[in-house]
Design a protein around this ligand. Structure first.
Ligand SMILES: [Zn+2]
Length: 224
């Protein structure tokens, strides 16, 4: 299961590994917390059509990756908060789909290279998924009306400053490029430029461990 804030986040952060798992026959469940309705630099943009366009882009990208189910929680961009309501929803989805692995943003990473502040929605979603996985979903007295307790075996957190696992995504890197490109409303520049960026980041993650293309994560193996 992948839990991310915005419609394009999973593809950018973990599209290679999600496509790889789908190829291998795994069920891949994607949860998108926000509606993408502030993903534009144009002040006059029609928010309702932007939300609809982003929903279509998400469907297209997910079809390319081979995602099994998509759950859109439709929080307004910028308004997601790690509260009881969000945790309860995530616990319900985790208990329903019973994933072995949950992939999502590392909420501890705030600043990147002196040029980027990690989006609040990514951080709030990251904290909410951590709290939902460990311990809430695994313990029956948390949200007892949300199904039978389920222990997730492993967390893989992307966008991290402390990666300790690199997954080989050479087989699916071009699928990842296509999935990223499917989010046309979020793309500035041409397809070749985007491909070069995706290749470049995957090369940076993979080269230190001898891979052509990798995706790096902080791994947490939870006891069960
Ligand atoms: Zn995002």
């Amino acid at each position: 299961m992948a839990i991310y804030a915005h419609p394009d986040d999973a593809d950018v952060a973990a599209g290679g590994v999600l496509a790889q798992w789908a190829l291998e026959g795994c069920a891949v469940h994607l949860v998108v917390v926000c509606d993408g309705s502030k993903g534009s630099h144009v002040p006059q943009v029609d928010v309702r059509s932007l939300r609809e366009v982003r929903r279509q882009e998400l469907q297209l990208a997910s079809d390319l990756l081979g995602v099994t189910t998509i759950e859109c929680l439709d929080h307004v961009d910028g308004a997601v908060t790690n509260d009881d309501t969000l945790r309860s929803t995530l616990v319900g989805l985790i208990r329903q789909h019973r994933p072995e692995v949950v992939v999502g943003p590392d909420p501890t990473a705030t600043f990147f290279g002196g040029v980027y502040v990690n989006h609040r929605d990514h951080r709030e979603t990251g904290w909410a998924l951590l709290d939902a996985v460990a311990p809430a979903a695994a313990m029956p007295l948390y949200f007892p009306d949300k199904g039978e307790a389920h222990q997730v075996h492993q967390l893989l957190l992307s966008g991290t400053h402390e990666p300790d696992v690199v997954v080989d995504v050479a087989r699916t890197i071009d699928t990842k490029v296509k999935a990223v490109l499917a989010h046309a409303s979020q793309i500035a520049g041409d397809a070749e430029g985007i491909r070069d960026v995706v290749y470049g980041r995957a090369g940076q993650a993979g080269h230190p461990v001898g891979l052509s293309f990798g995706e790096a994560f902080r791994s947490v193996e939870l006891s069960f």
